[in-house]
Structures are given as structure tokens and as C-alpha cells.
Write a protein that binds this ligand. Sequence first.
Ligand code: RAT
Ligand code: ZN
Length: 432
Amino acid sequence: MEATSLREKIQANAARGTLLPGQILATVEEVLSATQFVDMHTHLFSPALGKLGLWGIDELLTYHYLEAEFFRSSSMKPEQYWTLSKRAQADAIWQALFVENSPVSESTRGVIAVLQAFGLPTSGPDLEDARSFFRSQTIDSHIQNVFQMAGMKTAVMTNDPLDTEEGPMWMNGIRADSRFQPVLRLDRVLWGWSTHWQKLAAQGYDVSERADEKSLAEIRRFLSDWHKRMQPVYMAVSLPFTFQFPEQSTLSRLVSEAVLPACRELDLPLSLMIGVRRQVNPRIRLAGDAVGKANLQALENLCRDYPDNRFLVSVLSRENQHELCVYARKFANLMPFGCWWFLNNPSIVEEITRERIELLGTSFIPQHSDARVLEQVIYKWHNTRATMAPILANSYQLLLRDGGSISREDIRRDVERLFCGNFQQWIRRKGN
Ligand code: RAT
Ligand code: ZN
């Protein structure tokens, strides 16, 4: 009797496509590699934005994550490093981190993985082969190739309307490119209003340093005009670990009276990246930012007091991750995303992702690449898939242990939701 019902159960499961425990990991790996991801936060640019888009070996080696590591393994002082040409900087980093030492950190391994992916030498005294390979590429087909190698269909950009190079390009009109989605980045507008308000004034907005009622209305007009010009998928700002909301400050007023109403009117989410401790070492420039634990009560206040706004949120401190999940359980207008910057290491990604699945199921966005140099998406998304596969497989094994079942189609649905659907739903767009 027992045996019959077991056999019947196995047959019924097979008919429904239900997987056996031994099939789960391989199926998860297969689905992860077959799914084209949306990279919902990068610093990459469409070819129409010209020289802003970084690619090639010299850019890969001078990534600020590697510069921070370079100063630990070289006796060169930052002041001397900044006087070198990009090519000489790349040579110095190659020598210190790849020739004289084993490239075992996450960022150095990333360069090795990119070289390997293109069949280029991963060791050797110089970079000539790599340089000549990248010189021979044309950007449009190279992007196509890189996206395919990374298994991604879209890269979401970071576009600053007040950047002196980028702003005028948008003013002159940028050809839309379905592979790249724009984002209206507001750091300059929101931070240091006392220095940046004049940039808005220069664009014809009647604003003043006091950020009074008239200025707030003009900032809303500025956001709406830039929305028309850029067609961004969300607005975004990076915030320091000291961020408080609400408080008596210009930032707080700009957020509540200009940005949040504009997001509601334009039906756009607001992305908040919280936790930077800016310029603890200005000598190493972009590499000189660190991390601080934030008080996420600011986020609680935002999510509760603005239920008609949608928030995409990443927090930089490892110590804030659990709280972020708890807030996401309380507020359906909060979408946690990514393991960012100092968190993007397999050991920490694993911990954070397990915690998110346990607390939120599949209702979060596990990762974005934050790539600044095109080819980085190859190693970053490869690593994400490698870390994700055993985590997801383990979740399904636990489900089976508890008496549930899982099919390939269920796994496909979950991976699609995690790496595409949650984001597309948040930006209310279908398709790419
Ligand atoms: O991860 C990074 O590259 C940081 O420098 C920041 O750019 C961060 O990603 C941000 O978007 O502010
Ligand atoms: Zn970023």
C-alpha cells in the first residue's frame, strides 16, 4: 500500500515536471545561465554618450576598487600616481597587484576573469596583447558581445543632468538605445544646494539659495523637463550614513517638497543608496570613500509617510542589512536591491542573499553590477550566478524537505522575478 502510493506520487510528480532533490542544483544553474538579466544600476553609458562610456584594459585596471588595493601593495604615493597617464597608472597597478602579488581579491580576480573570457593572457610582464585586442574592437559590436557574455539584456545607466560634460549632451538630444535605460541622478541637485542652485539657474530656472516655495516649484519643473528629455526609469540619489528624514534641512525639504511629488506625478520610483562615509581619505580621490552604519528610521519615515512613492533601496553597511529586510516586510513600497561596493564579495553576498530569501521570499532584487567599465559586467554577473546557484538550490531543498515540490518552470519563474520582474514591475515597464 505504502509502496504503491510512493510510486504513484513519483509518477504524478514526474507528470507535473517536479524535480527530484538530485536534479535541483543543475536545474538552477541551467536556468540562471539561460536567463538574460536586467542590470538595474550601473555607471555604463550608451554609445551615444561618447567618451563617458569606459571600456578596455586600462580602464579595467584603474577602477577605483583596484586603486584602493594598489596603494596597499605599492610604495607609490597617491600624489605621484595622479600625475601618471592612464596607461602608466594601469601598468603600475598590473605590476603591483598582478605580477608582484597574486590577484586573489574580488576586484583583481575580476580582471583575470575578463582577460580569460576574451582568450587573452592572464599573466605576463606587460599588457600589450590585451591593449591590441581592445584597440581592434568597435564599440557597438563590442557592447553586443559583452552583454551576451554577461547574460544581460539591459544596463540601467546613472545620468547626471548637472554634469558639465553629460548635461549638454542630453540638451542636444541623445539617440535612445534599447540596451541602455537612463536614470535621473540627483546627487548634485540634492547635495550642496548652496553651490549647485546656480547650475539650475543657468538652465533657466528661477531658483534661489534659500530653496523657498518658488524654488521648490521650479525644481519640480526642472525634474519634469529632464524627465521629458531623458525618459528615465527612476530617479536616484546616494546618501551618507548620517542621512536623517525628516529633519530641518534643505535636503529634507528638497526631498519632501520637490523630489517625492515629482516621482509621484511622473510615476517613477526613487532609488536611495544609503551608507557612504564620504572622502575619509581625499588623497585617493574616488577610492577614498568608506562606509558607516546608517539609522534606517529615516527609511521607515519615508516609506510610511509617502505610501504613494516607491523606493528602491540599497544600504552599504553590512550591519544595516537585516533591518532593511525587516522594513521591507513592513512596507510593500520598499524594494531592497543589490549588494553594493564593499558588500560585493561572495562571502557577504551569500549571507545577505540567504537572509533576504528567508525574510522576503523572491520579493527583492538580489544584485546589480555597479559596473563603471563595460567588461566588468562579465565577471560581476558570472560571480553573481555562481554565488546564487547554491543559495537558491538550498532554498528549494529545504522546501522539498518540508513536503513541497518544485519544477523547472517554478525555478524559471523565480529567477525571472528576482533578476528582471521585480525591477520591471517597480518601473512599471514590460519587456526589456
Ligand atoms: O560602487 C561605486 O562605484 C561607488 O563609487 C559609487 O559610485 C556608487 O555605486 C554610487 O552609485 O554612488
Ligand atoms: Zn553606483
